[in-house]
Write a protein that binds this ligand. Structure first.
Ligand code: HEC
Length: 213
């Protein structure tokens, strides 16, 4: 009896090992063929597995938490400014993920206006923002002690608002988006031009250079 039991267990074990070996070899072969470029799109299977693991890794108690911060116009305005400054580089002001950095990440940020994000619970969204997502470009936000939890809950309101963002809001966010020195320069040049100055504005880099000498 005992011997028969071991016989069956042995067969099952062998089958498991063989299947695991085949899966590993297939995965490796795929990686070698497709390369590790961050430009490619994850396969549907990869996306499904990653999202399921992320879902399971969020404690059930956290998943069912409702947003404790009441939604007001001020809260939304705060979150919008925060989003424009901290999140839009990857996610875009409109949440589409269609930015230079967003397109180059693997996995890419999803279009957060769609059901794939909107169907996540408040608690799940909060947990993703607070803890980030390992092995992806999504960073953890706020300090570990949770002093910024209220800000993160406000961002959850903004994520919910993304499908309804207006053109006026997009324009306000553009003014708040982080700028490269070149973009600042261009903005200043434009402002000087619009103010009616007919001299070419001096380039700050040039003036710095002269001071250095
Ligand atoms: C450096 C790039 C980057 C920045 C900056 C960033 N994110 Fe993300 N974010 C990502 C990526 C990449 C993903 C996809 C992760 C995944 O596939 O699990 C993501 C996913 C998310 C998700 C889950 C969406 C879903 O359906 O899976 C939320 C919510 C989110 N980000 C919110 C934010 C907020 C709020 C900020 C700003 C405080 C922010 N992100 C800043 C890259 C970024």
């Amino acid at each position: 009896m005992g011997q028969r039991h071991w016989h069956v267990t042995g067969k099952v074990l062998t089958a498991v090992i063989v299947i695991a070996a085949i899966a590993t070899v297939t995965a490796l072969a795929l990686i070698i063929r497709r390369g590790l470029s961050a430009r490619s799109e994850p396969t549907l299977l990869e996306t499904e597995i990653a999202r399921s693991v992320r879902h399971l890794a969020t404690p059930a108690a956290m998943r069912s938490v409702r947003n404790p911060v009441p939604l007001t116009a001020d809260v939304l305005a705060d979150a919008r400014a925060h989003w424009a400054d901290h999140c839009a580089t990857c996610h875009g002001n409109d949440g589409s993920g269609n930015t230079e950095i967003g397109r180059g990440l693997y996995p890419k940020p999803p279009d957060m206006r769609n059901a794939i994000t909107q169907n996540l619970t408040d608690g799940e969204l909060f947990s993703i923002i607070r803890n980030g997502v390992r092995l992806t470009g999504m960073p953890a936000w706020g300090d570990a002690a949770g002093h910024d939890d209220a800000d993160n809950w406000k961002l959850v309101h903004f994520v919910r608002h993304l499908p309804k963002v207006t053109r006026g809001e997009l324009a306000r966010m553009e003014a708040l988006n982080p700028k490269t020195p070149e973009e600042w320069q261009q903005m200043q040049d434009e402002a000087a031009f619009l103010a009616g100055g007919n001299e070419t504005p001096m380039h700050p880099m040039q003036s710095q250079h002269t001071d250095d000498r």
